[in-house]
Design a protein around this ligand. Structure first.
Ligand SMILES: [Zn+2]
Length: 202
């Protein structure tokens, strides 16, 4: 799959499955499957179920550094954001990754996704959270929400110049602990925060 992508430019093969895509990021089959994964209500604060093609796109975004995946996911996140009637002064931000992990992966995929959403919405994207955690390599996978929240205490601090309106974007939300922690941090710094994830584990 990686080799295929290296050989072909974007919009020749499908970002999700690698089959011919007729000039689109996704082939028609994957496009259909992705549409079926859409979460209906903006009250869910997420665009898709974390499953099938949506899960593949998040995985590609995270581990293959594939900005085309961000572009595809940003379409639906932006559509949800429009339904939330954001202020025109909103700044889009992301859950900042620990330095060490970013160095290992070579890219901050949260930033790439936030920038793709900001581009579609015509809003600026800016880093507003500083990561100050002591356990940069510990993942939260499989932990309960209470445990996740405990682990996240003191992990984030806000930048000094906080905008009034913020849209926080993330790739996947499970218990919502990370989003809650980051939103609380931004709110304490004076921002009115809306959050949206590309996918939600349900
Ligand atoms: Zn496909």
């Amino acid at each position: 799959m990686k080799l295929l992508r290296a050989l072909y430019p974007e919009r020749v093969i499908c970002v999700a499955c690698g089959r011919p895509s007729d000039g689109e990021f996704l082939c028609s089959k994957c496009e259909e499957e992705l549409a079926a994964l859409r979460l209906d209500s903006p009250g869910q604060h997420a665009a898709y179920h974390y499953d099938g093609v949506a899960k593949k796109l998040v995985h590609h975004l995270k581990y293959d550094c594939l900005t085309a995946s961000a572009t595809v996911l940003a379409r639906e996140i932006s559509r949800c954001a429009v339904q939330l009637h954001l202020s025109p002064d909103t700044v889009v931000t992301w859950v900042t990754m620990p330095d060490l992990r970013r160095k290992m992966r070579g890219i901050d995929h949260g930033r790439v996704l936030a920038q793709a959403v900001a581009l579609r919405l015509g809003l600026p994207a800016r880093q507003l959270l500083i990561r100050s955690g002591k356990h940069p390599l510990r993942t939260q996978r499989g932990s309960s929400k209470a445990k996740r929240l405990r682990n996240l205490v003191g992990m984030f601090s806000p930048v000094e110049e906080m905008p009034k309106y913020v849209l926080l974007v993330d790739d996947v939300t499970t218990t919502g602990a990370t989003m809650e922690t980051c939103c609380a941090c931004l709110r304490r710094a004076g921002a009115q925060v809306t959050h949206l994830a590309a996918t939600k584990v349900v």
